[in-house]
Design a protein around this ligand. Structure first.
Ligand code: EPU
Length: 419
């Protein structure tokens, strides 16, 4: 199994370029199933979850062509198998994003239930009940959700009991052809939802209000091909911003969208990290010796992203005072805590809250993580630790970061990948 070996203590410098958003490219690829015409997507990141989604689209019957610089053309001329099999859903829960488009396009779909997941139960009941409200009949058979709407979906008011990002995206894709008006209430406001809406509108869909909690749609007869550039990955950008801060570095982060990172930028500022927005697509992050502890509560966008919680916790191990970190989105997302503690961090967890007391000098260690963002936090801790840190199971990182070690190395970090 591949590992990353990091020798900590080097302040990061220079410039790092951010790639396209994984969580935006995933629904964008699924949306390609809604038309028989080619859809061209630019800035699709070369990460493992994207390759999994591409395999899924291929198994469904789409033809895909990947060119350099992250341009992918998808043509779903014919849907051969309206199904997301267990083997793929098991490795990537976001496979359930094909449920909505397949029902909309073919009037039926079979999607494996996701099953257990490292960061909590993560059910898809809200996707299912939303589809039912659009007139879909849903059953369960042999571990699969079986959805049927042979006579097509009809517009309806869908109120989400709680905010769900992929649930909002799935329903938006399901409703593009639904007869009449569909209103999605308590919808997710993440930039990835707005990006998907932008693509769907380019394909001919009628959608208003994406980016707010009420999305209104009017069903159309068909969608056509389109060309679209995926937004920058705000979680990758945030991870590098924290990397600059934790090493006391001075790093320019280019090709990003600082406007999508306001909650993080505010917290970094309170902690004593200097963040300068240089343009709409670049920012400079300068760490300081005297980091101060700040409290963080994860929330839906525009709140502090749960996908940056583990990385921010690594930073707080280096800050003076006590930081209270509250995770409200997922019930089991503190898997990095024990590994950070093995590196010398002082963290106590009670339910959904972690108390981090700092600053504590970290020492390199062999660590392992079972989740993408938890692995990122261990890499960050390794960059700040004295001596050598070995991060095992790099495949978790490869799900969502494109060649993280090369980007960090370019910024001066001592990091390499080994078998
Ligand atoms: N939930 C339900 N029922 C549902 C759907 C969600 O109870 O039908 C619960 C979840 O269990 C969770 C909460 O609602 O407690 C929010 O989950 P959400 O559906 O918003 O998460 P998601 O759509 O599965 C996306 C990202 C995650 C990110 C979350 C929260 C993608 C592909 N994934 O997941 O990204 O953490 O939103 O922002 O967009 C990552 O990139 O590392 C990652 C995990």
């Amino acid at each position: 199994m591949e590992k990353l070996i990091i020798t900590g203590g080097v302040p990061l410098g220079g410039e790092v370029a951010i790639g396209g958003s994984k969580n935006s490219a995933l629904p964008a690829l699924a949306a390609c199933l809604l038309t028989e015409e080619p859809v061209v997507l630019h800035r699709v990141p070369g990460v493992r979850d994207i390759r999994t989604m591409q395999s899924l689209l291929g198994a469904i019957g789409a033809r895909l062509e990947r060119r350099n610089q992250g341009t992918v053309t998808v043509q779903a001329g014919k849907i051969e198998r309206a199904e997301a099999p267990y083997e793929l859903v098991r490795t990537m829960r976001a496979s359930s994003l094909v449920l909505g488009p397949l029902v909309a396009r073919t009037g039926g779909a079979r999607v494996s239930l996701p099953g257990g997941c490292a960061i909590g139960a993560r059910p898809i009941n809200l996707h299912v009940s939303g589809l039912e409200q659009l007139g879909c009949r849903i059953g369960q058979s042999h571990g699969y959700i079986v959805a049927e709407a042979r006579e097509g979906l009809r517009g309806a008011l869908v109120h989400f009991d709680r905010i769900t990002v992929t649930g909002t995206e799935d329903l938006m894709m399901a409703a593009v052809f639904a007869k009449g008006e569909t209103v999605l209430e308590n919808a997710a406001r993440e930039p990835e939802v707005s990006d998907l809406a932008e693509l769907l509108v380019k394909m001919g869909a009628r959608i208003e209000g994406a980016g707010t909690s009420t999305i209104r749609m009017e069903g159309v007869g068909r969608l056509h091909g389109a060309e679209h550039t995926i937004i920058p990955d705000r979680i990758e950008a945030g991870t590098f911003a924290i990397a600059a801060a934790i090493t006391g570095g001075d790093l320019k982060i280019s090709g990003c969208a600082p406007g999508h990172l306001q909650a993080l930028i505010a917290k970094l500022g309170q902690a004593g990290v200097e963040v300068t927005i240089e343009s709409e697509s670049s920012m400079r992050v300068r760490g300081s010796a005297g980091l101060r502890s700040v409290d963080v509560i994860t929330e839906e966008y525009p709140g502090f992203a749960t996908d940056l919680q583990a990385q921010f916790m690594a930073l707080m191990t280096q800050a003076e005072g006590i930081s209270l970190i509250t995770e409200t989105i997922f019930e089991n997302r503190f898997m990095h805590v024990l590994e950070l503690a093995r590196m010398g961090a002082n963290i106590r967890v009670e339910g959904r809250q972690a108390m981090v007391a700092g600053p504590r000098a970290l020492g390199g260690a062999q660590v392992i993580a079972s989740d993408l963002r938890a692995s990122a936090s261990l890499v960050l801790a390794g960059l700040a630790a004295a001596g050598e840190t070995v991060v095992d199971r790099v495949y978790h990182l490869d799900r969502g970061y494109e060649r993280i070690e090369r980007k960090l190395e370019k910024a001066g970090a001592k990091i390499r990948r080994t078998q």
